[in-house]
Ligand binder design. Structure first.
Ligand code: ME8
Length: 501
């Protein structure tokens, strides 16, 4: 089966922040997990470069929009390897191939009769030469950039007949209760459609920074239509000579934040229907990261958690683990450096890291570094019964936090097992040699299975650990707890999560 997963594409008028990192990490966990299961995966991310905010930010800095876009797109691109993101492509909406495809698709929407010319009225800034949207203008209707009074103006615009898609969208929602997940977001989107839809502006007449409307070159497309189409256009040129559209369209999952639900759950499927293209299977909506004080993260409040700071201090795996563990995926959550530290020490260092290091040390000390080739403990095996299926079932529904919790229960189970079996008491007693060997083999198998399952969350540490126990394979078939070890060699491992000052 093919599995096509995307993140939202980031605006290049700002800097990469924790919200962006969060979305990329969560999407990467799902992509890596599906690859382990042998699915054919394509993972797309990128930058959203057209539109008023970018043009405005460039103007404020006295540079051309393209210059600003080039500079900031690089920063978003550079974020990906730092997060260990395994994206297959990075799209920029200023790519020529994207722009040409946007024109082609929207021309079809026009030719199919879903577009008409109408009058658009809004708040206009003569210095920006641009309309401002209601939620960005300052008090007394002033420009957010120039702080001058905006004027109420009208312009001729092309409109998309969104209103005619109310019934088709209601049918889509009726037939696909998982079209939008989680359920509360599905209800929100459906209620929006049920309230009735108004046509939306498809073009801007006075802007130049965008994709030109092919049938009216004085206009550019409204940035949201250009941006949404990235999910489709990327497949035409991401890999030269390969027909990715046939393999991957429609997308399996669009992962987005709750602020852009309407665009993905309403505009996007309507646009695709208008272009006679299949609609995506699922839109997964995550919540917002808030500052440790529960308020929106903002520099002026001093409650911003910077992804680069966490990576520098604790490592990429720790950031990935922390975000997936501490913020229930789908809901909002507060994040802060104290909570990162607490999870790092209590769970990564003391639970998983410690389990790995003591298991390996005991195999080295008591069996010269060879995992005994004996039967594993049936009772411990039972506690892993059904685990891979349960984790896969949750991740099929993007329940990344619950899946991680199931795995973590086994980390704790194995630590209890060490205490129960107390290998240091068995070791000196020759009559207990079998029990000791079974204990060591079972622990090695426990950390192997746990590490295979944790791999999508913490790719670097799990790879190191699996290498140290001579079992580097990460495919999902290997996530079942085996009845026997074949006698691999282990080697000592530097602490996976060293203590921090
Ligand atoms: O919305 N917590 O771009 P963007 C969690 N270009 N997620 C957050 C967040 C936070 N504090 N802040 C932002 C755009 N996000 C458009 C998308 S897609 C065709 C076009 C999420 O840079 C946000 O919800 O403002 C969105 O999913 C993503 O980061 C990019 O936000």
């Amino acid at each position: 089966m093919s599995f096509y997963i995307t993140t939202a594409i980031s605006y290049v008028n700002g800097e990469p922040h924790m919200g962006h990192a969060y979305e990329v990490i969560a999407t990467d966990v799902l992509a890596r997990h599906m690859r382990q299961r042998g699915e054919e995966v394509f993972f797309l991310t990128g930058t959203d470069e057209h539109g008023e905010p970018v043009a405005d930010a460039a103007r404020a800095q006295g540079i051309e929009p393209k210059e600003l876009a080039d500079r900031n797109a690089e920063r978003f691109k550079a974020l990906m390897p730092r997060l260990e993101a395994s994206n297959d492509f990075f799209i920029r909406t200023s790519d020529e191939q994207h722009m040409a495809k946007v024109q082609e698709v929207l021309q079809r929407v026009h030719d199919n009769g879903h577009v008409y010319k109408g009058l658009y009225e809004g708040w206009y800034c003569p210095q920006c030469a641009d309309f401002k949207v209601e939620n960005e203008i300052l008090e007394d209707n002033r420009c957010p950039i120039h702080e001058i009074a905006l004027t109420r103006e009208q312009e001729e615009n092309w409109f998309f007949r969104l209103s005619t898609f109310q019934e088709p969208l209601q049918r889509l929602y009726g037939e696909n209760p998982d079209f939008v997940m989680p359920r509360n977001r599905f209800n929100e989107a459906r209620a929006f459609v049920d309230r009735g839809l108004q046509d939306v502006s498809l073009s801007r007449g006075r802007m130049q920074w965008g994709v030109p409307v092919p049938w009216d070159p004085g206009h550019v497309f409204y940035v949201w239509f250009d941006a949404l189409l990235n999910y489709y256009t990327a497949l035409f040129y991401a890999r030269e000579g390969e027909d990715l559209v046939a393999r991957f369209w429609p997308a399996t999952y669009h992962v987005i934040g709750k602020d852009i639900l309407k665009f993905h759950a309403v505009y996007w499927p309507a646009l695709l229907m208008a272009a006679e293209l299949p609609v995506p299977r699922h839109v997964f909506v995550h919540g917002f990261l808030l500052g440790a004080d529960g308020r929106k993260m903002s520099k002026s409040l001093g409650n911003v958690l910077d992804p680069f700071q966490v990576i520098d201090e604790y490592g990429t795996d720790a950031l990935r683990f922390y975000l997936m563990r501490d913020v229930a995926f789908g809901g909002d959550g507060s994040v802060g450096i104290d909570a990162v530290k607490a999870r790092y020490e209590a769970e990564l260092a003391n639970e998983y890291g410690n389990l790995a290091s003591r298991t390996i040390s005991m195999i080295v000390r008591y069996r010269q570094g060879t995992i005994p080739a004996v039967q594993t403990d049936g009772e411990l095996a039972q506690d892993f019964d059904g685990l891979p299926d349960a984790v896969a079932g949750l991740l099929d529904r993007a329940q990344a936090t619950q899946a991680l919790d199931l795995i973590w229960q086994r980390v704790r189970r194995c630590n209890r097992y060490v205490e129960e079996r107390a290998p240091w008491r068995l070791a000196p007693d020759p009559a207990a040699a079998d029990a000791l060997e079974q204990t060591l083999a079972s622990l090695a198998e426990g950390i192997r299975v746990i590490s295979v399952l944790l791999h999508p969350y913490m790719p670097a540490s799990t790879t190191r650990l699996l290498g140290a126990i001579g079992s580097p394979a990460i495919d999902y078939a290997g996530a079942a707890f085996a009845a026997r070890w074949s006698g691999a060699r282990v080697h000592q491992l530097e602490p996976l999560f060293p203590k921090r000052a």
